[in-house]
Design a protein around this ligand. Structure first.
Ligand code: KG4
Ligand code: ZN
Length: 336
């Protein structure tokens, strides 16, 4: 089954064609990073306008890359939440128009479910069910039990900032531009992670699988207030210290969940899964504690439509059909 995936939940306009939820025939992403960089964050109205401009060229590019036309497509999968509603609407209305014009089925995909399907686009082995997912993106940080495709149970989540949000806010304080996660990652490579001591909160048992990143963010702010915005090696050291603090907490809670529930496999997903420190630390934890670690390549950790097509494939194959009244929603529970 050839599934067209469309995604416009934040600042990436993306289209992809995936066969049977596994084989990527095309994967095109138009990033709006340059549009939003001067504002230090995503401006929803600008995101929508750029999705409007980009969506048809991105769709055309994906079909050209796959050497297909819309007549070859068996179904359409589109992100309908969570995200910026006015941004989501662009891919959603495009998907509906295609489904209506071509008489093919359409399904809505939860963006987070999409992230958890990126790993199945990689060669085998794949994580068996049930397994644990650490999903860390710009909007979410959660530990999720994955019982099957689209069968998800949240074990814990962030109480305040998402991990990616904390990376981006700290990067902004350090005047590294937007989005900052990737800049901090780059600078941290040559920094000393022990240079600045930052609080590692949320260690109480009742919050075993929850996260909180606002404390470490505030600690970085206080450090900057006391010492000024660092440059050179001091900047690299602060980036490394911040990144190591966030990574240590993420990996420790993941290990705790693995031990408590007896998982033998963990997948890492979402934009922050592109972080080199987190990738290495989780792999090391898996090797030390004896669980398998699955991580998609960095470009499939950040937003793309191939993961949406993969998630949508399982829904379409199970006979799911969304009505053309399908709505975009800013918040959406995980599918169970
Ligand atoms: O999944 P994603 O592309 O969009 C959302 O669904 O939110 O995640 C974007 C987030 C941003 O906060 C970005 O700074 C972060 O992922 N990110 C990184 C890295 N690459 C992207 N954070 C840390 N290190 C990276 N290398
Ligand atoms: Zn995302």
């Amino acid at each position: 089954m050839l599934v067209l995936g469309l995604e416009s939940s934040c600042d990436e306009t993306a289209a992809a064609v995936v066969e049977d939820g596994r084989r990527v025939l095309a994967d095109v992403v138009a990033s709006q990073v340059k549009v939003h960089a001067r504002y230090g964050g995503v401006v929803p109205e600008l995101a929508s306008r750029h999705h409007v401009v980009n969506v048809v060229p991105v769709l055309d590019a994906a079909l050209a890359e796959a050497r297909l036309t819309l007549d070859d497509i068996d179904g359409v999968a589109v992100t309908n939440g969570p995200g910026l509603v006015t941004a989501l609407l662009i891919a959603l209305q495009t998907a509906k128009a295609i489904a209506y014009a071509k008489g093919i089925p359409i399904v809505g995909v939860n963006h987070l479910e999409g992230h958890l399907n990126a790993v199945y686009l990689e060669p085998e082995p794949h994580p068996a069910f049930p397994h644990l997912a650490l999903l860390v993106s710009g909007g979410h940080s959660s530990l999720i039990r994955v019982d099957g495709f689209g069968a998800l149970v949240e074990l814990g989540a962030t109480r305040d900032d998402a991990a990616g949000e904390a990376f981006d806010k700290v990067a902004k304080m350090l005047r590294l531009g937007y989005p900052g996660g990737v800049q901090i990652d780059r600078l941290a490579v040559d920094g000393d992670p022990a240079a600045v001591s930052l609080p590692r909160l949320m260690t109480k048992p009742e919050t075993a699988y929850d996260f909180s990143f606002s404390g470490v963010k505030t600690a970085v702010l206080n450090h900057i207030r006391a010492n000024g915005v660092p440059e050179g090696q001091a900047l690299r050291d602060l980036c490394a210290s911040f990144q190591a603090t966030v990574v240590e907490v993420l990996v420790r809670k993941t290990r705790a969940a693995v031990e408590a529930f007896g998982f033998d496999s963990v997948q890492l997903a979402g934009g922050v899964a592109a972080n080199s420190g987190l990738r290495a630390a989780l792999r090391a934890a898996g090797a030390a504690a004896g669980f398998h670690v699955f991580i998609p390549p960095p470009r499939r950790c950040t937003d793309n439509a191939a993961m949406i097509a993969a998630a949508g494939y399982h829904r379409l194959a199970a006979g799911e059909r969304a009505p053309l009244e399908l709505e975009a929603t800013s918040s959406m529970p995980l599918p169970t």
